[in-house]
Ligand binder design. Sequence first.
Ligand SMILES: C[S@@+](CC[C@H](N)C(=O)[O-])C[C@H]1O[C@@H](n2cnc3c(N)ncnc32)[C@H](O)[C@@H]1O
Length: 386
Amino acid sequence: MADSSEKTHEQVQEYYGQRVKSTDQLLTTACTVISGEGSGKVKAAIKNVHPDVLSKYYGCGLVFPEQVEDCRILDLGSGAGRDCFVLSQLVGANGHVTGVDMTQEQLDVANKHIQYHTEKFGYSKSNVDFKKGFIENLSDAGISDSSYDIVISNCVVNLAHDKLSVLKGAYNALKDGGELYFSDVYVDRPVPDELRKNSVLWGECISGALYWKDLVMIAAEVGFAPPVVVSATAISTCGKGAEALLDAVKSDPSISSNPELLKLLGQLSVASVTYRLFKVPKTALTSDSPVQVTYKGTIDGHAEEFKLSYDLSLQKSIPVVLPQSVAEMFTSGRLKQHFDISPTSAESPSTSYKNLDQFNRVNPFEVISTPAPSTGSCCQGSSCCS
Ligand SMILES: C[S@@+](CC[C@H](N)C(=O)[O-])C[C@H]1O[C@@H](n2cnc3c(N)ncnc32)[C@H](O)[C@@H]1O
């Protein structure tokens, strides 16, 4: 593995193993921007998780896709295990959840609470396990190819140096038709190396964040369908830890002595985004032939409407015409049984899905519904960073 990856691993392990002991010790909300939303079922499942695990939750979004009963789910960078223990309940006794993390302290907390949750959920044996390993090298961590219905990850990919390997690994671990459903931190422009080298900015999930266009490129290179945005929320770095964050920036001469870098840091927009990336048949990726798709209304908790993304929802029993490349996202994996798919006919709706022009609008900064509470960065304005 390249030296830069090893160094990143060491710094991040130190950050999450020793430096940060609980959620309230993080300097910004970048890693924890959304925690309490979700359906009633998800909220109830979160409440069942042991307080020691909850206190070490460092995620930035909700990674609970619909219809997961009986599924096999892999969590990349599972930390203390909050999302794994929530999903353990949602997949049920016949499903399974595996978490992979490289930091022993985090794994210790997760492993210590397996028995507690197995009893709490009324299972005769645990349906969760945690493996130590690097998410850039999942086969070394004992993860077999084509063995998971869903891969999730919550605020971790930004911390990995080699993002291409992470996404390739997720793709390989997925069964055909599976999806990577993950929340992470993104930025609206490329981040220069000098900022990426600062361990506090990296550990706080800011300088390792992917430029959203790079995600689109990497997803295509790996073979995924184009990313679909589920939700996007602006992150302010001017929260409670802004001063400590500024100190970290000011005490780093390679940043503080460079006005261009300070300017860029001040202008950087940061967002927590949940994307879904589907592993659809390669032939479908390029097919724009229209097909008719009708939602049957049978997905648990979604009787009237199924929302694939922030801008594409299907109403029960109302056929829509979609390009095959989009339709495959519903119809090649676990969601298949809930949709009728047929060739278009004279009776098909005359127009394609009304928002299709906008669908595939994968720039999360265009779809943010809630702006950051402040100007967006702790370094906004010259007084702050000069
Ligand atoms: C911000 S925390 C998020 C943890 C967890 N997903 C949660 O929501 O609480 C990042 C976690 O990713 C792990 N991690 C970061 N980079 C990793 C890598 N390259 N391989 C394995 N684990 C990694 C860290 O050890 C840490 O536990």
